[in-house]
Design a protein around this ligand. Sequence first.
Ligand SMILES: Cc1cc2nc3c(=O)[nH]c(=O)nc-3n(C[C@H](O)[C@H](O)[C@H](O)COP(=O)(O)OP(=O)(O)OC[C@H]3O[C@@H](n4cnc5c(N)ncnc54)[C@H](O)[C@@H]3O)c2cc1C
Length: 393
Amino acid sequence: MPAAHILIAGGGIAGLASALALARRRHRIDLFEQAVAFGEVGAGIQLGPNVTRRLQSLGVWEPLVRIAARPESLVVRSATGGREIARLQLGNAMLRSYGSPYLCVHRADLHALLLAAVRGSGAVTLNTGARVDQAVARAGAVCVSSTDSRAWEGDALIGADGLWSAVRSRVIEDSPPPRATGHTAWRALIEQSALPAALRSTQITVWLGPRLHAVAYPVRRGDALNVVVLAEAAPAGDARDWDQASSLAALQTAVGRTCASLQALLEAMPSWGAWTLSDRAPLTGPEQMASERVALAGDAAHPMLPYLAQGAGMAIEDAVALADALDGGDSEAVPAALARYAAARWERNAQVQARARRNGEIFHATGLVRMGRDAALRLFGARLLDQPWLYGA
Ligand SMILES: Cc1cc2nc3c(=O)[nH]c(=O)nc-3n(C[C@H](O)[C@H](O)[C@H](O)COP(=O)(O)OP(=O)(O)OC[C@H]3O[C@@H](n4cnc5c(N)ncnc54)[C@H](O)[C@@H]3O)c2cc1C
């Protein structure tokens, strides 16, 4: 489709990755971000081989390698006893199995990398302070307007406006609000040089405990360590605020005391932010991802619990699939192209959403289920931790 004019609501990872993928196919793009300046909060993001492969295809391999850490292994431990339960080799093993590495990055670094690539494309107009609040279909076009009364018209609108998407209602009538899960993520980041040697790490460590788990992994080429603790605690605050100030005391109230090594790591963190987790039920059909000239991407379409570490990954997969679907044809072909995009993406997104929920139940298991999980992990560790259906696609 030569030089279609595509409107994108949202300048997070889904919006920027979509803009980049579409710009590389020579489309003209207007992107709208409600914030007055681009920026990203949060801490680490794990990128499986399925995601790093797609980032390579978007032409950002070199800058990605400059910001990423490449963990050698994933180690699962008990959050109460501290002992190792299972291990999966990542490093060269992932490269051999899936042709692309497993990387860990800081969310702000990935966002900045995508933004730089979008700016460099010369095909994207970035409109900041533009909160999209209405989208109207016209004959052969779609019009959007922002809360400050500006308006634009294009061939297609991509709703990449996150969990609380305004565009979503253009695709799905009567969509209920996201589900409050009652789970909270506490996040912290520290320079590895500020940690005692015993707490520094070059691997991904996951500690599993009753109704909680914690994850630590290196980011920024290994210079910093990202720590996340996920617990089934009462919502810590405003579910729309990704960066609620919190404290070690609030975290300890939710999770109690953990094994000595995890406890020492938690106490070493300079500060804690909290993130109240919401999700939606897995998608049930392609009609939930596109309708006529409007499509959804990323969390706007399929928000999920972070228990498979693939929310941003699926947003990047969406972006590549969107550009593939919109390649060739003309403006008349946009609705069919978006229907192809939805058909190509909904089942995989639904599968990842469902597996993320299931992982939460397994990670946080108690009693006999917990004992069975640990026994299975000890016996079949690497086989259970590897995800060929996910990483290989
Ligand atoms: C604790 C935690 C850990 C995670 N770890 C991982 C991980 O390891 N790997 C992974 O792949 N994923 C992970 N995720 C998931 C990942 O963070 C999200 O899936 C991803 O950031 C979603 O990106 P998005 O662009 O769809 O949405 P968002 O990041 O929410 O971006 C939406 C953008 O749209 C803007 N916007 C909103 N409304 C409007 C509007 N009306 N008009 C204009 N602009 C608007 C917002 O300001 C924002 O910039 C994790 C999530 C959590 C909570």
